[in-house]
Design a protein around this ligand. Structure first.
Ligand code: 1HN
Length: 344
């Protein structure tokens, strides 16, 4: 590899003249933006224990009324960028949100897409474009970019969920904004996972030339996901058992940039998946185990969250039957044409 010239190699008058003209030489910076062979991530593996987050979130519930927060969220920041960084990986923001009984969070729509994984509590719901989506523990609930959404709570205990958004991309592109509105009217019918897409493999018959909705199903009930994972683990012949959440009309990822993959690690199962260019956030729905990511080991349990930068070596071991949802940017990388896997 050729050693490139540095800024210090250049005479001061030339450097001053370049700065004056609003230009800079590429060659001293070339390797920073194009490292050899593999990316050099700023991101570091993150680990957020629920038992540390929960009391902080409950305290936010006392300190900040929902009206003063719009969304009462603690942001899980990439340790490589430090607390306050609005991202867990370059393309994925995650935050833990609290809604107390009787509270509502007003409607808005924005350019980034979101999905929520329900962590705790009963009675919460999100309304997306008029469709009421009940939130039960482990459910994946989508709020695609451009769709109105507000949250409500009919139950008696706090409801907590993990938000995942492709917000960092939109911020980077200077394309992030929201429009606010009052709460939405709700259609009086169950969500599409209970009607049009009640059964996997069945979709509503379409009249000739009719279009399907871009996001036909916005709630993926956990009970079905777990049952499917258990059958995959028993008979699928694949270690670990993994299932992608897909759009039931197209079979493609549920949102344009973010992918969601449900994983089951059976008790004692030990895996070292291929290195992948996609970065990921793992959320533990249930179970107990340990993961070593870039040489850093985390002991995780139910409701904990951890992250892995691009091409990080990852080893998982499950101490109990464990269920995780992996949020990743493979759909974005595939669209951009650079998704890659490498053997260990
Ligand atoms: C948002 O709209 C929600 O609707 C949660 O619940 C977190 C973080 C950044 C930007 C928008 C929500 C968000 C967010």
């Amino acid at each position: 590899m050729t050693q490139l010239g540095t800024l210090e190699d250049l005479p001061q008058d030339y450097r001053d003249a370049m700065a004056q003209a609003g230009v800079a030489p590429l060659w001293p910076m070339m390797r920073n933006v194009l490292p050899h062979g593999a990316p050099q991530p700023v991101s570091k593996p993150g680990f957020w224990e629920y038992r540390a987050l929960r009391p902080l979130l409950m305290r936010a519930g006392e300190l900040t009324p929902v009206e003063k927060a719009e969304r009462r969220v603690l942001v899980l920041s990439d340790p490589g960028r430090g607390a306050g960084a609005m991202m867990a990986t370059p393309a994925i923001y995650v935050g833990m949100q609290l809604l107390l009984p009787g509270e509502t969070a007003p409607a808005h729509k924005h350019t980034p897409s979101a999905a929520r994984i329900i962590v705790e509590g009963k009675g919460g719901y999100t309304v997306v474009d008029g469709e009421k989506l009940p939130m039960e523990e482990g459910d994946l609930v989508l709020t695609p970019g451009g769709d109105w959404h507000d949250h409500g709570h009919d139950g008696t205990e706090p409801v907590i969920w993990l938000d995942a958004l492709d917000l960092p991309l939109f911020v980077y592109l200077e394309g992030s904004y929201a429009i606010e509105a009052p709460l939405q009217a709700q259609r009086n019918r169950p969500d599409a996972s209970q009607v049009e897409y009640l059964s996997s493999g069945l979709a509503p018959t379409r009249k000739l030339g009719a279009q399907t909705r871009r996001y036909p199903m916005m709630r993926y009930p956990w009970a079905r996901t777990e049952a499917a994972l258990r059958q995959m683990a028993a008979y699928g012949g694949q270690s670990p058992a993994e299932l992608d959440f897909v759009n039931p009309e197209t079979g493609t990822s549920v949102l344009p940039t973010m992918g969601f993959t449900a994983m089951m690690l059976a008790k004692g199962e030990k895996i070292s998946p291929p290195l992948t260019s996609s970065a990921a956030v793992f959320h533990v729905i249930r179970g107990k185990g340990a993961s070593t990511i870039d040489g850093q080991t985390v002991q995780w349990g139910e409701k904990d969250t951890f992250s892995a930068p691009t091409f990080a070596p990852i080893d998982h071991i499950a101490e109990e039957d464990s269920f995780l949802i992996r949020v990743h940017d493979r759909p974005l990388q595939e669209k951009l044409g650079f998704y890659e896997e490498r053997s260990r």
